[in-house]
Design a protein around this ligand. Structure first.
Ligand code: PLP
Length: 388
């Protein structure tokens, strides 16, 4: 038996695991400290009433022999695929077909699993800074990664140039951690590049629901994208599903043989999403579900506004927050040192920019996923912390 040697190339624990370990150690030493978590992007507001009703109804159906359901269709039930198709039509004016939609237990699973469709000899382009899961998944598979620099100068939105080379391109828009969102013109450059170079774009739209400006929420808003892009999305942040677990992946039928191959992969390795969760997801995509989701998201957006205002008042450069639940700001040279200082002195957990890639060093991320009360308290403490 030989081990997968690629794991030896993974330098550190997964970023948020490291943060959890540091937090645990701090708590052990300071058991009474009132820690405020603005670190891992995990929601705090409970599921909304319409979703909970759907869960209860689905559970009741499972309790009766007439309505009980066993294994479901691999892609997901038609009621849900149709609800997602309708969501794309209503919100993005994008036509997709039900058999282009694949439901999943969340975006993180699919972002990594979809790589099985591609040979390990492919070169992967990954923005830096970005959500760290893309990097780990590709290192474990043994693919060559080329990082694309996201900097203050390019508004953290790397674009292709004449020299760009890459077979698999990850785009995260709105970007975690910087909150940067590609415009339609910029995404068109990526779509044109991918078509010209026979590359595939893996478009992560986990935060599309937070976009407040006139910016693309789906890559399929861009002409030609169906020929070159797979879109991965999630209800984790849209509707508080981080614990429930639900996402969907769109694999267009125009994109080589990938729709067919992803179906083969899914039917071989995946037995579908829980029926109860599918009913809950259907409820999210309904009119009432959307109304309730927007109310929760508005609370997080207000938190982000407060963070941005606080940073501005303190004269600190920040970005994000307007179209994304993350606020990204300059913190001095060493972001892990800033993390430790902030935890030790203000009992606030944030995320050091270095954890999102080399270009993240010198920056820090606050997540707006908390209550307004805690956010206010955290910002008051933060001001005092900086004025020490
Ligand atoms: N994609 C991005 C950009 C994320 O930031 C996250 C979670 O933080 C995910 C995907 C994971 O989503 P899910 O909870 O659906 O696995």
């Amino acid at each position: 038996m030989k081990l997968n040697k690629n794991f030896e190339l993974i330098k550190d624990n997964y970023l948020f695991h490291t943060i959890a370990l540091k937090t645990e150690a701090f708590k052990k030493e300071n058991p009474t400290a009132d820690i405020i978590r603005l670190g891992i992007g995990d929601v705090v507001l409970p599921l909304t009433p319409h979703i909970v009703d759907a869960a209860k109804k689905a559970a009741d159906e499972m309790a009766s022999i007439e309505t009980f359901k066993g294994y479901g269709p691999y892609r997901g039930y038609d009621f849900l695929l149709n609800a997602i198709v309708q969501y794309y039509q209503d919100n993005f004016k994008v036509d997709i077909e039900p058999d282009e939609v694949f439901t999943s237990c969340g975006a993180k699973n699919d972002i990594a699993a979809i790589l099985e469709l591609f040979d390990v000899s492919n070169t992967v382009l990954i923005p830096d800074p970005v959500y760290p899961a893309y990097v780990g998944a590709n290192i474990m598979d043994g693919r060559k990664i080329i990082y694309m620099n996201g900097t203050k100068e390019n508004n953290f939105l790397p674009l292709p140039s004449d020299k760009t080379k890459g077979d698999i391109i990850y785009l995260c828009s709105p970007n975690n951690p910087t909150g940067a969102v590609y415009t339609r013109e910029q995404l068109k450059q990526w779509v044109d590049f991918a078509i010209k170079n026979d590359s595939v774009i893996l478009f992560d739209s986990a935060y599309e629901y937070f976009i407040t400006e006139d910016l693309p929420r789906s890559i399929y808003e861009i002409e030609g994208a169906k020929k070159c892009a797979i879109e991965v999305c999630s209800l984790s942040k849209t509707a508080g599903f981080t614990g429930v677990r639900f996402g969907h992946t769109i694999v267009p039928k125009e994109l080589k043989d990938l729709n067919n191959r992803w179906f083969i992969r899914q039917s071989s390795k995946h037995n579908g999403v829980s029926i109860i969760v599918q009913r809950m997801a259907e409820a999210v995509f309904s009119k009432q579900g959307q109304k309730e989701a927007k109310q929760n998201v508005a609370i997080y957006q207000e938190n982000a506004n407060l963070m941005k205002k606080t940073l501005k008042d303190l004269g600190i450069y920040s970005t994000g927050g307007t179209n994304c639940p993350f606020v990204w700001f300059e913190c001095g040279k060493d972001s892990w040192k800033f993390f430790d200082n902030l935890l030790n002195n203000a009992h606030i957990i944030g995320t050091p920019g270095a954890g999102f890639g080399q270009n993240g060093e010198g920056f820090f991320r606050f997540s707006s996923f908390n209550t307004p009360e805690n956010t206010q308290k955290a910002m008051d403490r933060f001001k005092k912390f900086l004025k020490r």
